[in-house]
Design a protein around this ligand. Structure first.
Ligand SMILES: [Zn+2]
Length: 364
């Protein structure tokens, strides 16, 4: 774990509870602080068909020994590792990979002898594939830049009430980790593995247990009052998604799926603003809040409330900087980024009638 121990803000230590090491704050940390910016142990390029296994075998063949050893040593629960290790799809892909290479050793170019040396190679690559599949993170939205495994990230625990956010920054070629709220010295640093807080406890529990072997016991998973808020968030999130894709124009949609009727920009704005309140109430200051600020801005613009659209766009930019930093040249010129969105709002508002008139204020 070279370089990890040198970090003055966080340390990796064993908890004794799960067997795996976790990340803890060693000092009081302010919201927005960059806790880490780490290089990958291994990456796989974006795969259009979503079948990364053949590319993963190639990446493992090129992996320096130190990285392979570190990848092999990452802790994963056996309930997740063992089924994958015996998964025929993984094993067959690894066999097919070496068969296509005619079983040549990468370093020496010698053909590996039949029997033990081939089986050993397949077993090693299969083990590394499995570690990658369990601990890798997508680089960019929907894996736009591929996926990778990182030393610190692969040891960070999960919480449905996370205090940190990680993001791939292609400008600096690092995975950054930022505090989403103030963190006290000694507190565990956690991210949300599911990357979606608008889910009920049961939905989260299924994904967490089946993908990472995690049985989360955070407040959101144990307190009925918090679960009620999460259920409301799920309902609003569903209503907004239905509005965005046009499904809510069906008059029976809201009744059929038990979501509020959202058929106009004004209703969408009200729903998005309620979601902002719910996220803030639970101190969920991550990307969901950032995305919801964008929705508020967009629906305010569609409703003709221009100042509000600009204020929400500004809030999105402030939060984006806290979550991923300012060294983000890759976002310039991309509407996905808040700065570009602000420009587009300004352009649209500068053409409006009565420009400069203050319509309303966005609450803190
Ligand atoms: Zn939880």
């Amino acid at each position: 774990m070279s370089g990890i121990e040198a970090n003055a803000m966080i340390e990796i230590r064993r908890t004794g509870l799960t067997g795996g090491p976790r990340v803890f704050a060693v000092a009081n940390i302010r919201r927005g602080t960059r806790l880490a910016a780490e290089s990958p142990l291994i990456t796989v390029p974006p795969i259009p068909e979503n079948d990364e296994l053949p590319e993963l075998c190639k990446a493992i063949d090129k992996l320096p020994d130190a990285n392979a050893t570190e990848l092999a040593n990452i802790f994963c629960p056996s309930s997740i590792i063992e089924p994958l290790r015996t998964d025929l799809r993984v094993r067959n892909t690894v066999w097919a990979h070496y068969k296509a290479k005619k079983w040549k050793d990468d370093d020496s170019g010698h053909v590996l002898s039949q029997g033990p040396s081939r089986r050993k190679l397949v077993r090693r690559t299969t083990n590394l594939c499995v570690k990658f599949l369990v601990t890798s993170v997508q680089l960019g939205p929907s894996g736009k830049y591929g996926s990778g495994v990182f030393p610190i990230h692969s040891r960070i625990g999960h919480s449905c009430e996370p205090n940190a956010h990680n993001a791939w920054n292609p400008t600096i070629q690092r995975l950054t980790l930022h505090a989403t709220r103030d963190i006290r010295a000694g507190e565990e640093v956690c991210v949300d593995y599911t990357a979606n807080v608008c889910r009920t406890r049961r939905q989260r529990a299924f994904v967490l247990l089946s993908s990472w072997g995690v049985n989360c016991r955070c407040a959101a998973c144990t307190q009925p009052a918090v679960e009620k808020l999460r259920h409301r968030m799920l309902v609003i999130d569903g209503a907004l998604a239905a509005y965005a894709c046009g499904a809510s124009s069906d008059p029976k949609f809201a009744l059929k799926y038990g979501v509020p009727s959202v058929t106009t920009p004004a209703q969408a704005l009200r729903a998005a603003e309620e979601l902002v309140q719910l996220l803030r109430k639970q101190r969920l200051y991550g990307m969901e809040l950032c995305r919801t600020f964008r929705e508020c801005s967009k629906y305010a613009l569609d409703s003709g409330i221009f100042d509000k659209a600009l204020q929400y766009a500004q809030k999105e930019l402030e939060l984006e900087r806290l979550l991923i930093g300012t060294d983000t040249e890759y976002l310039r010129g991309d509407l996905y980024g808040a700065e570009c969105w602000i420009k587009s709002v300004r352009e649209r508002t500068s053409h409006r009638p009565n420009a400069g008139y203050s319509y309303c204020q966005v609450g803190e």
